[in-house]
Design a protein around this ligand. Structure first.
Ligand SMILES: NC(=O)C1=CN([C@@H]2O[C@H](COP(=O)(O)OP(=O)(O)OC[C@H]3O[C@@H](n4cnc5c(N)ncnc54)[C@H](O)[C@@H]3O)[C@@H](O)[C@H]2O)C=CC1
Ligand SMILES: CC(C)CC(=O)C(=O)O
Ligand SMILES: [Mg+2]
Length: 359
């Protein structure tokens, strides 16, 4: 099969993980006789440096022409201090919006081999951690108005958090359908005791739930959810929430599975052209040291094969290769525990590739 893949190499430590994901995809290409055609796309700090803005229209157009897009992560200290509309992160937001990617799927699943790396107590981990955060991705505070003004010599900042009924309904449908394919439990996380947007979310979900009687539906306040994810993560199957809450809760959920460096994500809209990226950022503190964990990026590539290209056997191969490498005791520094063998980014990528080639 021939597929066009846009590749955003990203900033800081990102290039190190994208290189490993592409190496793994190359092994899949060879094994199955596929042809992946790669197009380099500039976004984030790299685009600011080379083209003067975080996502030039030409680069967004290139993304729209692909069958899917693979991203590492963008941003870093070099671009701190730029005005909001010129920051690297603005490029990512523009990309998600421009591709219409409203549904971000962030799995929080612990690999049994990594139970020692979780910061949670063994008895909590042993109850199981396997849930998905369905995060609304192109609405809310990240897409509201951002203003800084002065009154009587004092600076005042304001960010608005708009949501319309149709934006809530479309992500709600995805969440209920995701729950139907899993253990049929959906928890909508909001702050409806305070926020008007949350009250709208709650009323739309109250209507929607009637269409999904087979799904056990509940709601939870976001502050409680943050606590419950640490205290009793096994209670969750699917969590659905708005953009900002989902961003925060998914970092928390990733860490209890052993490392943020293990969690991939898919972002989809109405077409099969999606964006696949690890949930973490560009890890500037460890850039250039060959220590960043490439697995979240490699597993994001696997999600791309599964969800955008319908290549489930190929995706299974990658996930099984990761499983074997973890079972053999190899760990990057972020998920090290006693008795395991520490390897760098390149070696981890090479080990996963070798497993694919040999199975
Ligand atoms: N999707 C994206 O492109 C995202 C970009 N960012 C940007 O990334 C930059 C850095 O942000 P931070 O808040 O430091 O978040 P971060 O996720 O880059 O790093 C947080 C901590 O986790 C560690 N870490 C992250 N991924 C890792 C991996 N794969 N292996 C091992 N350790 C890993 C880092 O070394 C750091 O100590 C900022 O400019 C931020 O805006 C942040 C989140 C998402
Ligand atoms: C960098 C932000 C735009 C988003 C973010 O932190 C995320 O999507 O995880
Ligand atoms: Mg984030």
């Amino acid at each position: 099969m021939h597929k066009k893949i846009g590749v955003i190499w990203g900033d800081c430590a990102s290039k190190e993980i994208v290189a490993q994901a592409l190496s793994v995809l190359e092994a899949i290409e060879k094994k199955y006789g596929h042809e992946f055609e790669y197009t380099k796309i500039l976004m984030g700090g790299e685009a600011i440096d080379e083209m003067g803005e975080p996502l030039p229209q030409s680069q967004l157009n290139l993304c729209l022409e692909q069958d899917s897009v693979l991203l590492g992560a963008i941003g870093g200290p070099k671009w701190e201090g730029l005005p909001g509309h010129l920051r690297p992160e603005k490029g990512l937001l523009k990309l998600r919006e421009g591709m219409g990617l409203y549904a971000n799927n962030r799995p929080a699943k612990i690999w049994p081999q990594l139970s020692e790396a979780s910061p949670l107590k063994k008895e909590i981990v042993d109850q199981g951690i396997d849930f998905i955060i369905v995060r609304e991705l192109i609405g809310g505070a990240y897409f509201g108005k951002h203003e800084l003004y002065e009154i009587d010599g004092e600076k005042i900042a304001m960010d608005t958090m708009p949501y319309s009924e149709h934006e809530i309904e479309r992500i709600g449908k995805i969440a209920f359908e995701t729950a139907q394919k899993r253990n049929k439990k959906l928890c909508m996380v909001d702050k409806h005791n305070v926020l008007e947007t949350s009250r709208l979310w709650a009323s739309v979900f109250d209507r929607l739930k009637e269409q999904y009687p087979d799904v056990e539906y509940s709601t939870m306040f976001v502050d409680n959810a943050a606590m419950q994810i640490c205290k009793n993560p096994s209670q969750f199957d699917v969590i659905v929430t708005e953009n900002l809450f989902g961003d925060i809760l998914s970092d928390e959920a990733s860490e209890i599975t052993g490392s943020i460096g293990m969690i991939p994500s898919s972002s989809l809209g109405e077409t099969s052209n999606g964006l696949y990226e690890p949930i973490h950022g560009s890890a500037p503190d460890i850039a250039g040291k060959d220590v960043i964990n490439p697995i979240a990026c490699i597993l994001s590539a696997a999600m791309m094969l599964r969800y955008s290209f319908d290549m489930s056997k190929e995706a299974d191969d990658i996930e099984q290769a990761v499983d074997s490498v973890l079972t053999k005791g190899y760990r990057t520094a972020d998920m090290m525990s006693e008795g395991m063998k520490q390897v760098g980014t390149k070696e981890m990528g090479a080990l996963i590739r070798k497993e694919i080639e040999s199975c």
